[in-house]
Design a protein around this ligand. Structure first.
Ligand code: THU
Length: 132
């Protein structure tokens, strides 16, 4: 599966976004090395703070099904915004623990894509190692 195909899967996930407050829709797709795909979308809440972002929904789905960072090949994250949206700060923190540092994070919007790693998105991050 090419990067563009994974982006298409993330756009499929975006259709399930529940975003009546922001009207900003996000979809994500985690591709595992065995070919399994996990989908996620942003799910908002009237409390606002209980909202779950699309990329966290997808990575939590993968982990909830027993997959771990070494099993993950790539993640695609898309939105319906007017430019490529970088993951929010909370998602960067989560991705820094749940992805390997060089796992491709493919960001997309309309027909534009950009591939980055969590090492680039969140350098000098706080993590499990700091608590040892
Ligand atoms: N959102 C995501 O799903 N991922 C991000 O990394 C940025 C923000 C969602 C949260 C909320 O539902 C909407 O986009 C507007 O912030």
């Amino acid at each position: 599966m090419r990067e563009s195909e994974l982006i298409q899967e993330a756009f499929k996930a975006m259709k399930n976004a529940y975003a009546p407050y922001s009207n900003f829709h996000v979809g994500a797709c985690v591709k595992c090395k065995d070919g399994t795909l996990f989908y996620g979308a942003n799910i908002e809440n009237a409390s606002y703070g209980a909202t779950n972002c699309g990329e966290r929904s997808a990575i939590f789905a993968a982990y909830s099904n027993g997959y771990r960072k070494q099993d993950i090949e790539a993640i695609a994250i898309v939105s319906d915004g007017h430019r490529i949206a970088g993951p929010c700060g909370i998602c960067r923190q989560v991705l820094s623990e749940l992805l390997e540092e060089d796992t491709p994070i493919i960001l997309g919007v309309k027909d534009e894509t950009k591939t980055m790693t969590i090492k680039e998105l969140l350098p000098f991050s706080f993590g499990l190692e700091d608590l040892k």
